[in-house]
Design a binder for this molecule. Structure first.
Ligand code: NAP
Length: 262
């Protein structure tokens, strides 16, 4: 199947590592030029060079913090000034801190809201006029399987990602007439560096191995294992591509069957 991404332009936020980086790489492999952002310039430029070396598209790194309004505006503006259009936006940020309800004060909630909710609001607000003017596009928000079922010790994710889900349902209806599709993608356990580091820490504490700790996490899924980053990135790029032209206002769960709800 042709995803119809050749010479299209994709912006992937928070993409020097993990799910964002893997998604940007698949876009590039499919022939789309990519704009990637993150806070650490060195890691971001290294990822951009690596993707550019393995593909024949242009890769533009823009240092930007997803939790800062001015950075998001600059990211979208730079992408448009460089490429003249944005066909796909994948909005992403680092995960909010783990913890229980009782652990967090107002300041912590405000920070989490800026990172997990307002980053998506601002990214969509910045890119919609661009997509309206060019006649369409897609916006995909990377959230979590916490949209489908509450995860222990993750009160911010369990609360704020549902706000993003509600926004997607509303926004999809509002911008559908402009040929703009808006969707959520909800990863489950995926073997990013962060997850591998956590598994390594648990292995040290429990006297086990990284593989054994990953196997414990994967045991909660129907497939009995965690995902590779590519297993997340491929459906993400499909959802964002013109090949998914009739899919909007929905949540695509990529969790290996971890969630028991429909
Ligand atoms: P990761 O491996 O830790 O990578 C995070 C990437 O985002 C890095 O490139 C990082 O670069 C960038 N980043 C972090 N905070 C940022 C910010 N404020 N502004 C801009 N860039 C930022 O994370 P991941 O596992 O790919 O997770 C991505 C998202 O998916 C998170 O929201 C996470 O909670 C969610 N998620 C992940 C999983 C999983 O199993 N991996 C499961 C469910 C949900 P800098 O640090 O240089 O900015």
């Amino acid at each position: 199947m042709d995803l119809q991404l050749k010479d299209k332009v994709a912006v992937v936020m928070a993409a020097s590592k993990g799910l964002g980086a893997a998604t940007a790489r698949v876009f590039a492999e499919e022939g789309a030029h990519v704009v990637i952002s993150a806070r650490n310039a060195q890691a971001l430029h290294a990822t951009a060079q690596d993707i550019a070396r393995c593909t024949d598209v242009r890769v533009l790194p823009v240092v930007a913090d997803s939790s800062k309004a001015a950075d998001i505006a600059r990211l979208i503006d730079t992408a448009v000034r460089t490429f003249g259009r944005i066909d796909a936006l994948v909005a992403n940020a680092g995960g909010p801190p783990a913890g229980r309800f009782i652990d967090f004060d107002d300041a912590a909630w405000h920070n989490a809201i800026e990172l997990t909710l307002m980053s998506t609001v601002r990214a969509a607000r910045a890119v919609i006029p661009v997509m309206q003017q060019q006649g369409g596009g897609s916006i995909t928000f990377i959230t979590s399987v916490s949209v489908k079922h509450a995860l222990d010790n993750l009160v911010f994710s369990n609360s704020l990602r549902l706000a993003v889900a509600g926004m997607v349902k509303t926004l999809a209806r509002e911008v559908g007439p402009d040929n703009i599709r808006v969707n959520l993608i909800c990863p489950g356990y995926t073997a990013t560096d962060r997850i591998l580091e956590l598994a390594a820490a648990h292995a040290r504490r429990n006297g086990t191995t990284v593989e054994a700790e990953l196997a414990k996490s994967g045991a909660h899924t129907a497939l009995g294992r965690v995902a590779s980053v590519e297993e997340f990135a491929r459906p993400c790029v499909f959802l964002a591509s013109p090949a998914a032209s009739y899919i909007t206002g929905t949540a695509l769960v990529v969790d290996g069957g971890q969630s028991r709800s429909l």
